[in-house]
Ligand binder design. Structure first.
Ligand SMILES: C[S@@+](CC[C@H](N)C(=O)[O-])C[C@H]1O[C@@H](n2cnc3c(N)ncnc32)[C@H](O)[C@@H]1O
Length: 181
C-alpha cells in the first residue's frame, strides 16, 4: 500500500509517524517548504493507493491554484483514493464548502463528504478524470505569490494530529503519537 502525504509540511511529521508504523509513505511539498531529504522531488511522477492532503486546499489563494492542486492530487490518486479537508481557518481564497465540492467534482467521479461539519468538511474522493487533470496542468505554473501563500508553517506545539491524518490512521488501523508541528 503506497501512501502519499501531499502538502506534508516542511518537516512532514505525519509521514514520519506513519512510517514509524511500518507504512510506505512518500512526502511532497513545494517552495520554501520543500526540504531535501524529507520530500521526494519525484513524488508527483508516481501514483499511490491512498493520498491525503491535510490542511492543503484551504491555503490556496486563487481559483487557479486550488484547481491545480486538486488536479495534482487527482493524477497522484489514479486508481486509489484521496482524503482532503477544508478547515474554516485560514481560508486564503474566498470559496465556501460547496465551491470546493464543485471543484472536486471537476476532477473526481466519486466525491463523498465524510465529515459533515460545514466549517471543517472532509472528503473522500476516487475515480479521477486523469485527462481532465492533465489538460488543466498543461503549461500551468504556480506563481511565486501562490506558493508563498501556501507555504504555511504551523506554530510548534504538541497536540493531536489533524483530522485528515486521524482519518487516514483509522483507515489503516494504526495509532499515532502526539505530534509536534
Ligand atoms: C497548513 S500546511 C499543512 C501541513 C500538514 N499537511 C499538516 O496537516 O500539518 C500546508 C502545506 O501544504 C503545502 N502545499 C500547499 N499546496 C501545495 C501544492 N500544490 N503542492 C505541494 N505542496 C503544497 C504547503 O507548502 C504547506 O507546507
Amino acid at each position: 500500500m503506497r501512501i502519499f502525504d501531499f502538502g506534508a509540511g516542511w518537516r512532514a511529521p505525519h509521514t514520519a509517524h506513519l512510517r514509524a508504523q511500518g507504512l510506505d509513505v512518500t512526502a511532497h511539498d513545494f517552495g520554501r517548504n520543500f526540504t531535501a531529504g524529507v520530500h521526494d522531488p519525484l513524488a508527483l511522477s508516481r501514483t499511490y493507493d491512498l493520498v491525503f492532503a491535510s490542511n492543503v486546499l484551504n491555503v490556496q489563494c486563487t481559483h487557479r491554484a486550488l484547481l491545480a492542486t486538486i488536479a495534482q492530487i487527482a493524477i497522484a490518486t489514479c486508481t486509489g483514493r484521496a482524503v482532503a479537508n477544508y478547515p474554516a481557518c485560514p481560508r486564503k481564497y474566498c470559496v465556501d464548502t460547496r465551491g470546493v465540492d464543485r471543484r472536486l467534482r471537476i476532477f473526481f467521479a466519486e466525491v463523498d463528504r465524510i465529515e459533515d461539519e460545514d466549517s471543517a468538511p472532509v472528503w473522500s474522493v476516487a475515480g479521477p478524470d486523469i485527462p481532465q487533470a492533465r489538460s488543466y496542468l498543461d503549461g500551468f505554473r504556480f506563481t511565486a505569490e501562490e506558493i508563498a501563500a501556501a507555504n504555511v508553517r504551523p506554530a510548534g506545539a504538541v497536540g493531536r494530529s489533524p483530522i485528515v491524518v486521524r482519518i487516514v490512521a483509522r483507515m489503516l488501523y494504526v495509532s499515532l503519537p502526539a505530534i509536534q508541528t
